[in-house]
Design a protein around this ligand. Structure first.
Ligand SMILES: NC(=O)c1ccc[n+]([C@@H]2O[C@H](COP(=O)([O-])OP(=O)(O)OC[C@H]3O[C@@H](n4cnc5c(N)ncnc54)[C@H](OP(=O)(O)O)[C@@H]3O)[C@@H](O)[C@H]2O)c1
Length: 245
């Protein structure tokens, strides 16, 4: 397994894409620290990972609170002594046109999608740099590549994330630490499973499809930088101009 001996911290790992990423990295041999706000869902995810043979740890923390993120990183280091991979996945989406977006909604998107990623990156990176290798992966969106009418605040948060990570890549390359972004689009995290062969199948990807891309980035040879990786349903094509409405 390509990640044997490595330790990964994944934010937003109690369900959805984060859970699938934890499974995918564990399947490659990584020990996985699962960060989400504490609760039954996080406990169940970690229990399921452990039952499947993974080495997993629950790190209850709110990514928008620096002291909690710092404590989650510390807990991971106290348990396993190292950190090799940080996946900045915790995030949410709100369909709100600009004139209807409340200040509270704006703050929620920017706090979770951007500040949360910043805090996790800030506290994880020193440990990757210390090892002079490792991978930080941000979970962007098609909204990080083109404007999204009706979801402007979300797009602003994801463009911010892209700016943060592209800057981080330039700061960390001299330390052998790579930074990448995976951009999902139309990912079926909430709905029922999609039947093979149905029209919906062509219009949606599963969290496991995106998680596979994250594992691909993390298992690339250390000297290879992989930048932006889009994982879209086949109906969306391969560029943002094709996918845009
Ligand atoms: N679904 C899509 O089609 C799509 C498309 C493009 C991009 N994305 C991106 O993919 C990522 C994952 O999306 P998803 O669909 O898997 O979302 P999801 O199912 O809603 O899961 C979100 C995860 O984030 C955690 N979380 C929420 N607020 C948190 C906080 N304050 N602190 C710590 N953890 C928190 C949640 O756990 P708790 O509630 O237990 O804390 C949960 O584990 C997001 O960044 C999203 O923007 C999704």
């Amino acid at each position: 397994m390509k990640l044997d001996g490595q330790v990964a911290l994944i934010t937003g790992a109690s369900r959805g894409l984060g859970q699938a990423i934890a499974q995918a990295l564990a399947a490659e041999g990584a020990r996985v620290a699962c960060l989400a706000r504490g609760g039954a869902q996080l406990d169940q995810t970690v229990a399921a990972l452990t039952a499947s043979g993974a080495t997993a740890l629950a790190c209850p923390a709110d990514v928008t609170r620096e002291s909690e993120v710092e404590a989650a990183v510390r807990t991971t280091l106290e348990r396993w002594g190292q950190l090799d991979i940080a996946v900045l996945n915790a995030g949410t989406w709100l369909p709100t046109p600009i004139t209807k977006t409340s200040e509270a909604q704006w703050d929620q998107l920017i706090d979770l999608n951007l500040k949360g990623a910043f805090l996790a990156l800030k506290h994880a990176l020193p440990w990757l740099i210390e090892r002079r290798r490792g991978t930080a992966v941000g979970i962007g969106s098609i909204g990080a590549l083109v404007g999204q009418p009706g979801s402007s605040a979300y797009a602003a948060s994801k463009w911010g994330l892209r700016g943060l990570l592209e800057s981080a890549a330039l700061e960390t390359r001299k330390h052998g630490v790579r930074v990448a972004l995976v951009h999902p689009h139309n990912m079926n995290t909430a709905g029922p499973p999609i039947a093979p062969g149905s029209p919906e199948r062509l219009r949606n990807v599963d969290p496991e499809d995106v998680a596979r891309a994250v594992a691909f980035l993390c298992t690339a040879p250390d000297h290879v930088a992989l930048g932006h990786l889009t994982v879209w349903p086949i109906a969306a094509g391969i560029s943002a101009t094709m996918a845009a409405p």
